[in-house]
Design a protein around this ligand. Structure first.
Ligand code: SF4
Length: 59
């Protein structure tokens, strides 16, 4: 998906709500390839539930 937004929209928030309600893991950092101290300086790490810089690791 192209075009990164800096903030989650209401759909993202709704999805997070549903996932949390289902007891699913909503933290992106676990599967993010930037989940290193030297690669990611976001204060949200390691518990970001939504992140514009997220990229799935293992690509
Ligand atoms: S880029 Fe975002 S999702 Fe990835 S580790 Fe940093 S805060 Fe987490």
């Amino acid at each position: 998906m192209k075009g990164k937004r800096s903030k989650p929209n209401w759909i993202d928030k709704l999805k997070l709500k549903v996932k949390k309600a289902l007891g699913m893991n909503v933290f992106l950092c676990d599967s993010c390839k930037w989940n290193w101290r030297s690669a990611c300086h976001r204060p949200e790490r390691p518990n970001a539930a939504w992140c514009p810089d997220y990229e799935k690791k293992g690509k």
